[in-house]
Design a protein around this ligand. Sequence first.
Ligand SMILES: [Zn+2]
Length: 239
Amino acid sequence: MKEAIKNLMDLQAIDLEVQKIDERMADGHEELEKKRRQIEQNQAAIADYQEQFELGEKRRRELEATLADEGERLKDRQAKLMSIQTNREYQSILKEIEDTKTLTQQREEELSLLLEQSELIQKKIEELGQRCAEQEQELEADAKRVSEEARRLEADKREITVSRDTQAKKVDSKYLSRYEMLRAKRNGLAVTGVTRGVCRGCNMNIPPQMFNQLLREQELLTCPTCNRMMYHQPETEER
Ligand SMILES: [Zn+2]
């Protein structure tokens, strides 16, 4: 029985190593994905600013055209003022001139705010564009590093898989199928140590009687809480 338990423990150790490799590969890809998303977000922000900028430009052109028209009109009215006959007509044109001047002043204020805004937006676009370019460079370097690491990890994994197959053959088939089932259900951990009566798989106590049985190593026991196959793991021993 000792031998059977030992074989299961060794198989579990190999599988955990494979799992760790898989996790590291997934981490690398996740890291790249995160950076890609950041770049996409910045690009979307640039597009937003660009749109805002173009709307501002459109409004600016409208304002400039209107101001030009109004300027013409003002000149025309002022010229007309010279040839006026009646006082009433004179007052009316004078009022028109004043109203146009007020409007012109408002439009000029809006125009000046617009120009200021456009300048700020352009600066933002420039900054974000620069950041995007830097991030893209970083991403390229990271992608290279991750793919190199992935190649190394794949090679490690191929090697481990060979020893895994050898180890799996040592395990009794009835235990092996239970092992595989538990591994699938229990997050990759089917065989767990028990230290001072506590299952390391689920951190729950096992009954004292069962712990004694476990110490005798005469049968393969499973944790009453998580169903994992158990072995005794002294406190000092780290696996
Ligand atoms: Zn347990």
